[in-house]
Design a protein around this ligand. Structure first.
Ligand SMILES: Cc1cc2nc3c(=O)[nH]c(=O)nc-3n(C[C@H](O)[C@H](O)[C@H](O)COP(=O)(O)OP(=O)(O)OC[C@H]3O[C@@H](n4cnc5c(N)ncnc54)[C@H](O)[C@@H]3O)c2cc1C
Length: 414
């Protein structure tokens, strides 16, 4: 039987403390592993853009005892309005009509708040979380992994898990550059905050022209709005991340002479101190592990925000990975089982982004825009959840979570 039943536990290093990282840390600690988390940022930031927890992921947070706190933090977005250049509504729909889901099995909250809740769960446990720290180099010799950190510290671990996001550092160190795994979906986004001068609450407003889309998101009744400026480009500007001023100017040029409130959004983007620019991409990997190193969350299977499922997938994947690690004496068997169980679910949810999000949020041509407007008008007129959203609801719930509770020995409950 597995050595955790004795006094000695396996040491695990997790890179990244957002969604997948703290979820893994929580479960591994509860199964008796010795857990260290390193996070590049200097602290957990509250707020941020809203993320969704739905379907199977609701079961994960319920098993962590977090569902009541998540329900209290629910931001309750009530409507999505698509407008024309003059600001006149084309259609107003309920968010679930677009994303799908089952009533009562969906919570939406700022990402920072979810991270804080997850990290808080590990605070009075044995998990060590080190901020402003990152893996600089690692060497897997088959019996363990020697890690050198950016601080210069060195330590040996039994296992290393990369939960460090779409541009995972751990993945780069073990699997090489991102490009072969990054499936670019044809557009880029800029996200930033601006004052809520429009008096919006619990809603989002979206404006699109062929190849460019702009909008604002009112999270609850906040005094600030989240603005976005998205544009299509066939060649992904991967290298422009490095020069944020170049990126600001490029976005401003692309959105010149656009209608609606776009000039105001461009002005806010140009002066924002929290501008977040990235390509809209998925991660597809032939394997999620190599030797004693595995990946979880966006690092392994990012679905892009078009799916609205990245957070739920990170929660589910972390739960399954931790459970399979305690259930198998050999971590290689655990990593294989983790993929067997989780991969079909991840891939089905990744496919949602291609099916639904792109044409609604980012029409590329006038024909696509006309088709989108007709579909929105029909959706509003019928008041019915379209079959696309119903199908999405099935995919969100497609995995039945394994039960690992037998591994939660009393001795491991602290
Ligand atoms: C604009 C936007 C909108 C989104 N909207 C939604 C939505 O509506 N619904 C939804 O479900 N999902 C949404 N997502 C996706 C969601 O945020 C991700 O899928 C989810 O956060 C993945 O969690 P993760 O823990 O795998 O990775 P991440 O949340 O990306 O976290 C990675 C962590 O690793 C840390 N890190 C990075 N590099 C290093 C390093 N070298 N060393 C140590 N730490 C490191 C980062 O600081 C971060 O804390 C959206 C994403 C974006 C960008």
């Amino acid at each position: 039987m597995f050595e955790l039943q004795g006094a000695k536990s396996r040491s695990v290093l997790i890179s990244g403390a957002s969604i997948a990282g703290p979820t893994l840390a929580y479960w591994l600690d509860r199964y008796g592993f010795d857990v260290t988390v390193v996070e590049r940022a200097d602290t957990i930031r509250s707020g941020g853009y809203p993320v969704d927890v739905r379907g199977t992921a609701i079961d994960v947070v319920e098993r962590m005892g977090l569902l009541p706190q998540l329900r209290s933090a629910h931001i309750d977005t009530r409507k999505l309005t698509f407008v024309d250049a003059g600001g006149h509504p084309i259609a107003t729909i309920a968010p679930e009509e677009m994303a799908g889901g089952v009533t009562g099995r969906h919570v939406e909250l700022p990402r920072g708040e979810l991270t804080s809740l997850l990290v808080d769960l590990t605070r009075d446990r044995k998990v060590r979380t080190r901020f402003s720290e990152s893996i600089a180099a690692l060497h897997d010799d088959g019996a363990g992994v020697d890690v050198r950190f950016s601080s210069g510290a060195q330590q040996r671990f039994d296992l290393v898990i990369g939960a460090d996001g779409l541009h995972s550092n751990t993945r780069a160190l073990v699997f090489g550059p991102e490009a072969p795994f990054n499936r670019y979906l044809g557009f880029c986004f800029n996200l930033f905050s601006l004052p809520n001068d429009l008096g919006l609450a619990h809603e989002a407003v979206v404006y699109a022209e062929p190849g460019r889309a702009a909008g604002v998101y009112a999270v609850g009744d906040s005094h600030t709005l989240l603005g976005f400026l998205n544009f299509c480009t066939d060649e992904p500007p991967f290298h422009s991340h490095a020069d944020i001023d170049e990126q600001r100017q490029r976005t401003a040029d692309i959105f010149s002479h656009a209608g609606w409130e776009v000039p105001r959004l461009v002005a806010a983007m140009l002066r924002a101190d929290d501008l977040y620019f990235d390509t809209v991409s998925q991660i597809h990997m032939p394997r999620w592990s190599s030797g004693r190193v595995a990946l979880a969350g966006d690092a392994a299977h990012a679905p892009s925000f078009l799916s609205g499922q990245g957070t739920s997938l990170a929660l589910v994947g972390a739960y399954v990975l931790a459970g399979e690690l305690v259930a198998h004496p050999d971590p290689m068997d655990a990593f294989a089982a983790y993929e067997t169980i989780a991969r079909p679910f991840m891939e089905a949810n990744q496919a949602l982004a291609l099916r639904k999000g792109r044409s609604l949020l980012m029409p590329r041509t006038q024909d696509e825009l006309d088709a989108r407007n007709a579909a929105l008008a029909a959706m509003q007129a019928s008041g019915r959840t379209p079959s696309r959203a119903e199908q999405a609801g099935e995919v969100h719930n497609a995995l039945r979570l394994p039960d690992y509770s037998r591994w939660l020995h009393e001795g491991h409950r602290r």
